[in-house]
Design a protein around this ligand. Structure first.
Ligand SMILES: [Zn+2]
Length: 380
């Protein structure tokens, strides 16, 4: 079997339905899938696909989210549930030719509610916000809430956003706060089943008493004065908290079907986080990779993982990736030189636009995305 055929088989995930176990073809033991190169034919019962590796901490959540997307899918060629299912289905190890650093590049769905992509965003935002907070003066974590009412969620969100914009243009508010990073959150009350939308923000500026902010918020909204203000003493801890909220604006998987659908519809195309003033220095999405030419493909996840017990190159690649050690020049298991460009470029690819985007990752447990990513604020 030619290598290109095998790669195509790996690239396209098998049909998947909610409730099914995700079973990849048994490439390692089925003779018809064997490659010509003896190094890749070793059986390895420990093989876990990259898609499963990424998904293993989100299995229950993934199935529920998949159902929601499947419910809204109405075009056979633009199925977001398929996009979600294939998130992370292609993964390539890359080596930086100057430093020897090894990272993984894989396709991502970039869907707003994808738990795996949300996790990537969380890692990036946490890192980015922590740096900004270390330089901020009197950093604070604030929460603005509005009166609980039995109104459509869309109306409540629009009212909250309008009031928050108004608050930020007030002279007295600006005299205290020089800038910040905001993110929207919504919860469903367990008892009253009412939506509780609120805005969290981290602010940089002068010290001010909570009562001042309560007064300003009351004057701005006309009927709400509930605010929370917390001083930040530990930027790293606070940045993780911010990232947790900023990565996703609600726990969609915890909602019943009716409320989940309402939330997805209301949030479609809506911005959920942003920056202003001095906060603009913070990037909430990974910057474009400007040194693409310095990264070389050293092997697919499949080849490296299935050969790790028998192939010294595979072993070296994995060791360098897991331990953050440089990989020596010339250590490579790359047999597919044409495919990596598709993952690296934002330009035309073999897959539908937006479906496959490059995203470099450090080892999974310490993922910090540094590559290209779609807008995190206008997705469904
Ligand atoms: Zn995803």
């Amino acid at each position: 079997m030619k290598s290109t055929t095998l790669f195509a088989a790996i690239q396209k995930p098998p049909e998947f339905a909610v409730g099914d176990k995700w079973d990849w073809p048994d490439y390692a033991s089925n003779p018809s899938y064997k490659l010509d190169n003896i190094e890749t034919t070793a059986k390895n019962p420990k093989f876990v696909s990259y898609i499963d590796e990424r998904r293993k901490s989100h299995l229950d959540e993934f199935e529920i989210i998949w159902k929601f997307y499947n419910h809204f899918d109405n075009h056979p060629d633009h199925r977001k549930s398929d996009l979600l299912s294939s998130c992370g289905s292609n993964a390539i190890f890359y080596r930086h030719i100057e430093t020897g650093e090894v990272r993984i590049c894989s396709n991502k769905c970039h869907l707003r509610w994808c738990p795996m992509c949300a996790n990537d965003r969380k890692c990036y935002i946490s890192h980015s916000v922590a740096e900004w907070l270390r330089d901020a003066k009197y950093p604070k974590l604030l929460t603005l809430t509005v009166k609980h009412i039995d109104e459509p969620l869309t109306d409540q969100i629009e009212n909250l956003y309008r009031c928050f914009r108004k608050l930020r243009t007030r002279k007295d508010f600006k005299s205290y706060i020089a800038g910040g990073i905001w993110h929207f959150q919504v919860k469903l009350g367990k008892k009253d089943k009412l939506w509780h939308p609120h805005i969290h923000f981290v602010a940089d500026g002068k010290f001010f008493p909570r009562k001042q902010l309560q007064r300003m918020w009351q004057e701005t909204t006309g009927d709400s004065h509930v605010v929370d203000v917390q001083e930040i003493h530990d930027p790293d801890r606070a940045s993780k908290e911010v990232a947790r909220y900023a990565a996703t604006s609600a726990n969609l998987a915890s909602l019943d079907f009716e409320h989940g659908c309402e939330l997805m519809k209301c949030m479609h195309g809506r911005r959920t986080c942003g920056t202003w003033g001095t906060g603009r220095a913070v990037s909430l999405r990974p910057p474009k990779l400007d040194d693409k030419k310095l990264w070389e493909n050293v092997g697919s996840w499949y080849n490296v993982m299935t050969s790790q017990d028998t192939n010294s190159k595979a072993k070296a690649i994995l060791k360098a990736w897991r331990l953050h050690e440089p990989l020596a020049d010339g250590v490579s298991m790359s047999f597919f030189d044409t495919f990596d460009d598709d993952l690296l470029d934002d330009g035309p690819s073999r897959s539908p636009p937006g479906k496959y985007k490059g995203l470099f990752e450090k080892p999974i447990e310490k993922a910090l995305s540094i590559s290209t990513q779609n807008s995190i604020s206008n997705q469904f």
